[in-house]
Design a protein around this ligand. Structure first.
Ligand code: SAM
Length: 379
């Protein structure tokens, strides 16, 4: 197997730097390139650079959100990955360093529930020491359901975590239970969010996925709860991720509808994106009480600006959240491939990338395609 991989790595697979010729058709990328200040960037088949890396550190979770890990699929019999299959922290650190050489500037740790991975702070400590090719510290972010956050916020901050996003889909126990299918109390998550603020994460972001008829009656309650708190609440359109949530378009509350509902109660004004390709559309309350984000992942696909690679729990590289296949990096890594070979594999795979699933999404693609579960590939 290894020889096949190495055999495939001919000179033709060497890293192709972005040149003014390849950049010409994508003016926004000139901005990105100027920001990076390095010469080793690669672009995919649609001229998108590699900027972000999402790493799933575990495929396990302590909630069973019905839209992500429904209990009837992820039950007692479900075969989660055995420990030996998981990338070790050393392996993650090494691969992260190679992704950075190719242009990555931000790393997000996710899962499954990343705080379930024992010693996650040690991984953060290692990653926080890495620098972009332009010499800037790498930004390390983490997405969590907040269940263990009260206890962990301080150690995560001390380890060097730059940003934190907490998922919370309702404020009443009844709604939270319906979304998370768990006995965890909302207060546990709210306490975690407060603790994250207390230890200095700013701003903490809270993500709410909306499912029609299940939690959309709490849009205003959530908006009002987080106004004046310094927390940015972001509403996410329910996506057809994975193959087990039984997604239907009529369950999606669109960003347009969310905007209309909030704007009616609390007028909103647009805010410029914080950086090119930001996925959330930003809005501020006209009365100055804070900011919200709308993530229209279904109705306004952001594939054109997607610069994200995903590393699964067991070391496969995926170039789209909706991918069916990935490139195995763990096997060559464990068989002794050197940095040049591994970098070549990553670069090669990225350069072939032409995914734009969300732009092409239609009924046929949804039903025909076997997609990777979000808990494994990393949300
Ligand atoms: N366990 C962590 C958490 O809850 O944040 C990290 C992993 S979770 C898969 C990451 C994010 O993906 C969460 O905000 C979750 O709500 C979101 N998510 C999962 N399935 C989704 C879907 N089908 N549509 C939209 N967002 C989804």
């Amino acid at each position: 197997m290894f020889s096949r991989i190495l055999g495939a790595m001919t000179e033709a697979h060497s890293i192709i730097p972005i040149t003014s010729a390849t950049m010409r058709y994508v003016p926004d990328h000139d901005v990105l390139r100027a920001q990076s200040g390095d010469g080793l960037l690669i672009a995919d088949a649609l001229h998108r650079p590699l900027r972000d890396l999402r790493i799933s550190v575990t495929d396990r979770c302590n909630l069973r959100c019905t839209y992500c890990m429904p209990r009837n699929v992820f039950d007692q019999q479900y075969a989660f990955l055995p420990r030996a299959e998981l990338l070790s922290f050393e392996e993650i650190e090494r691969l992260a360093g190679l992704f950075i050489r190719l242009g990555v500037q931000k790393i997000r740790l996710t899962g499954g529930e990343p705080l379930l991975r024992r010693g996650i702070e040690h991984l953060i400590e290692k990653l926080a020491k890495l620098h972009t090719t332009a010499g800037k510290p790498i930004e390390i972010a983490l997405t969590t359901n907040g269940v263990l956050l009260s206890d962990k916020a301080r150690s995560l901050k001390d380890a060097g975590l730059s940003r934190i996003s907490v998922s919370l889909d309702g404020l009443t126990e009844q709604t939270f239970r319906r979304m998370s299918d768990s006995g965890v109390s909302v207060k546990t998550v709210l306490d975690g969010i407060v603790e994250a603020q207390l230890v200095g994460f700013a701003p903490v972001k809270v993500n709410m996925v909306l499912k029609r008829g299940v939690n959309d009656h709490e849009i205003i309650t959530m908006a009002e709860h987080f106004r004046y708190s310094g927390i940015t609440l972001r509403f996410i359109e329910y996506m057809d991720a994975g193959s087990s949530n039984g997604w239907r378009m009529d369950q999606v509350i669109t960003a347009k509808e969310i905007f209309a509902r909030i704007h009616q109660h609390h007028p909103l004004q647009p805010v410029d994106p914080g950086y090119p390709g930001e996925v959330a559309e930003r809005w501020r309350y006209a009365d100055g009480s804070g900011e919200i984000g709308l993530i229209a992942s279904v109705t306004q696909a952001f594939c054109d600006d997607c610069t994200r690679a995903r590393l699964s729990t067991d070391g496969k590289l995926y170039t789209c959240l909706f991918a069916a296949d990935g490139a195995d990096l763990r096997e060559p890594l464990r068989l002794g491939a050197d940095d040049r070979m591994l970098t070549g594999l990553i670069a090669d795979y990225w350069q072939q990338r032409n995914d734009r699933y969300s732009q092409l999404r239609n009924i046929a693609t949804i039903s025909d395609r076997q997609k990777i579960e979000m808990s494994y590939i990393g949300g």
